[in-house]
Design a protein around this ligand. Structure first.
Ligand code: PLP
Ligand code: COI
Length: 355
C-alpha cells in the first residue's frame, strides 16, 4: 500500500522534553502520526502527517457504542539504532481484538511498514536515556455516523507516538495494589480478552477506591467466584511461591500480555519452575502470612515489570517481600529491559530493527 507523506512545516515542529523521565506518562506527543481510513470494505488513504485533532461526527459509532481497540508497544534507542520488541505480536493481537469487536483487520506487514516509516521520520523523538522509550499507540475506531446499534461500516486506524519514562510515579520501585472484592473487570464470554476501550472505563471506579487507600492499581478477581486472581489494571500478575513462579492462565477474561509471554520464556530459561494456573486469593494472603509468597510483580508494556510492595485486601494492607523488589523480579526486569533496549543479547529473535 502506498503511504503518502506530508511532513509538518519546520516552524511547527515541537520542542522535545528536556528530561523525558520527568514527563507524566503519555502526555507529550511527537510531530507526526500515521493514519488510514476504511470504507467500502477496504483500507485506503494511508498517510503520515502532522499530529492533529481528529475530525469526527458527533454520531460516530465508537463514541456511543464503544467500537474502539488499541495496542501499546515501545521503540528503544541503542547506539543510534531504533529497536522494536515483538511488534508483530501487537498487530496480531489488534486483529484478535478486532474479531471480538466486529471490526476490520489490518494487514500486519502493512501496519509494521507504516510504523517503521513513521519511526524513521520521528527518529529524533526516540529517547536514549536509561528507563525511557518511545511509547507507540496504534488505535482503531468505528467512525461511521449512525445511532443504530450495529458494527460500523467505516473505521479509522492511526498510530501516535509519545516519549515516556516510567509508567508509575514510583518508577521501578514497589507499587501498592488494591484487591477488588466488590467490582469485577470481565466475565467469561465477555470482552476481557480484547484490548478494547470500554474495559479501561469499566475499571476506573474501582481505581478511585484503590487511590483512596494509596494504591496505584486494582488487582481483579474472577467475576464468578470472586476467588481467583485475574490481572491488574494495565498488567498481568505473577506470584512467586517458594521456588514456583505462577501466573493466571489465559482463560478468556484477561489480556494475553506480550510481556507476560516473554517473562514466562525468560523465567523458564533461568531454570525457574513456571506455572500457568489458577491462584486463589486465599493462597496469596495465607502465603504472605506464612512467608510462602516471596515475590509478586505485575508486567506489561507500559509498566514493564512492577514489583508489588503491598496488597490491599479487606480493609488492610499486606506487605509483600518486606515492601522491597524481589531477587527474581529484579533479574527478570534486568534481562527483559536489557533485551528490549539492545544492551543484552536477543537470544529469541524478539527485536526488530527499524532501518
Ligand atoms: N493486561 C491489561 C489489562 C493491559 O492493559 C496490559 C497492557 O497492555 C497488559 C495486561 C499487559 O500486556 P502487554 O504485556 O502486551 O503490554
Ligand atoms: C500498555 O502497557 O501498553 C497498555 O496498554 C497499558 C495502558 C492502558 C497504559
Amino acid at each position: 500500500m502506498e503511504i503518502e507523506i506530508n511532513l509538518a512545516p519546520p516552524e511547527e515542529l515541537k520542542e522535545k522534553p528536556s528530561d523525558v523521565l520527568k514527563v507524566p506518562f503519555g502526555t507529550v506527543f511527537t510531530d507526526h502520526m500515521f493514519s488510514m481510513q476504511y470504507s467500502a470494505s477496504k483500507w485506503h488513504d494511508a498517510m503520515i502527517h502532522q499530529f492533529a485533532p481528529l475530525s469526527l461526527s458527533p454520531a460516530a459509532l465508537c463514541l456511543h457504542y464503544g467500537q474502539g481497540i488499541f495496542e501499546g508497544m515501545k521503540a528503544y534507542k541503542h547506539e543510534e539504532r531504533v529497536l522494536l520488541f515483538r511488534p508483530e505480536k501487537n498487530f496480531e493481537r489488534l486483529n484478535r481484538s478486532a474479531n471480538r469487536m466486529v471490526m476490520p483487520h489490518v494487514d500486519v506487514d502493512i501496519a509494521l511498514e507504516a510504523l517503521k516509516k513513521l519511526l524513521l521520520i520521528e527518529n529524533s523523538w526516540v529517547p536514549d536515556v536509561a528507563g525511557s522509550s518511545l511509547y507507540i499507540r496504534p488505535t482503531m475506531i468505528g467512525t461511521q455516523a449512525k445511532l443504530g446499534v450495529k458494527p460500523a461500516d467505516e473505521y479509522l486506524f492511526y498510530i501516535i507516538l509519545s516519549p515516556v519514562g516510567p509508567y508509575f510515579r514510583e518508577g521501578f520501585s514497589p507499587v501498592n495494589i488494591y484487591l477488588s472484592t466488590e467490582y469485577v473487570r470481565a466475565v467469561r464470554g465477555g470482552v476481557g480478552v480484547a484490548k478494547t476501550i470500554g474495559n479501561y472505563a469499566a475499571g476506573l471506579f474501582a481505581g478511585t477506591k484503590a487511590a483512596e487507600v494509596g494504591c496505584s492499581q486494582v488487582l481483579w478477581l474472577d467475576a464468578l467466584e470472586r476467588k481467583y486472581l485475574e490481572e491488574v489494571g494495565t498488567m498481568n500478575i505473577f506470584v512467586k511461591f517458594d521456588d514456583e513462579l505462577a501466573t493466571p492462565p489465559l482463560s478468556g477474561t484477561i489480556l494475553a500480555g506480550i510481556t507476560r509471554d516473554s517473562v514466562l520464556t525468560l523465567a523458564k530459561d533461568m531454570g525457574v519452575k513456571v506455572m500457568e494456573r489458577q491462584i486463589s486469593v486465599d493462597e496469596v494472603i495465607e502465603g504472605i502470612a506464612s512467608g510462602k509468597v516471596v515475590e509478586m510483580f505485575g508486567c506489561g508494556t507500559a509498566a514493564i515489570i512492577a514489583p508489588v510492595g503491598s496488597l490491599w485486601f479487606n480493609d488492610r494492607p499486606y506487605t509483600v517481600s518486606d515492601g522491597k523488589t524481589g531477587k527474581l523480579t529484579q533479574e527478570l526486569f534486568d534481562e527483559l529491559t536489557g533485551i528490549q533496549s539492545g544492551i543484552r543479547e536477543d537470544r529469541y529473535g524478539w527485536i526488530v530493527e527499524v532501518d
